[in-house]
Design a binder for this molecule. Sequence first.
Ligand code: ATR
Length: 280
Amino acid sequence: MIHGTTQIYGVIGDPISHSLSPSLQNPAFAALGMDAVYVTFRVSPSSLGDALRGLLALNVQGINVTVPHKSDVFQYIDEVTDTARKIGAVNTLRNDSGHWIGENTDAIGFIRSLTPLGLNLSGSSVGMLGAGGAARGVAVGLLEAGVSRLLICNRNHDRAVALVKSLQASFCQQSISAVSLEELEKEGLNLLVNTTTVGSDGYSSPAKLNRFDNLSAVADIIYRPSRTPLLLEAEKLGLPNLNGGGMLLYQGTAAFSFWTGLEAPESVMRKALDEHLSKI
Ligand code: ATR
């Protein structure tokens, strides 16, 4: 039941009907007995500024921002966190007494999701496949976690070079480079991360893991299918591995805490997400 005092949260994007976030956030509000609701708003690029002003005027408390607005949103907000600025994209906004503060929870979401692998990221060497939007959040998370070498390999090499250059502006103490797949295979990586969309069809794979020398662990940010061919190969080779379900969960728990200042009910949100994913 929605009351006059109900706090409103939501997500803006275009398209938006596929968003998983309502299934993740509404059970969290319910679990903590909060009078709050999370809804979807379809907002076209030409309406973004009006929508953000309107949402503030309506006293909406917090917003997730998804495709295609994650970069454009910068021009309409007064304040962004250090992490969001380094990533160059915002996926979460908090209404702070009538103005928006922008955050990006992809970096922390990805890093928290790695916990089951038991890695010590500080001082490690990590290979990353992909240089698109998702790659930026993952890369900033890894660099903030203290990896000493980040090697980026992308089909379009120039895009990898551009990403390296922009990361070097924020992280000047760490080694960040754009490499070919052949070079990556020889690096003796502590972790290989797939941030490309390759594997989401259930058939393709962005790399052949048996060609890698001394690889220790594999993470794929794809969560559907839950076992991509890359992860199936990791399993076959006995390599610790995980999919993108954890990143999805923890970017949501981080958004919840950023908005409310409360610890997110993680087990409730995990169960809600698993239930939702099993139905689609
Ligand atoms: P996202 O926001 O999910 O990261 P994106 O910004 O479109 O989406 O990036 C998609 C990533 O998957 C890119 O690294 C892309 O490589 P290119 O920059 O060369 O396009 C990668 N990708 C998509 N399809 C691919 C394919 N068939 N083979 C290799 N890489 C692919």
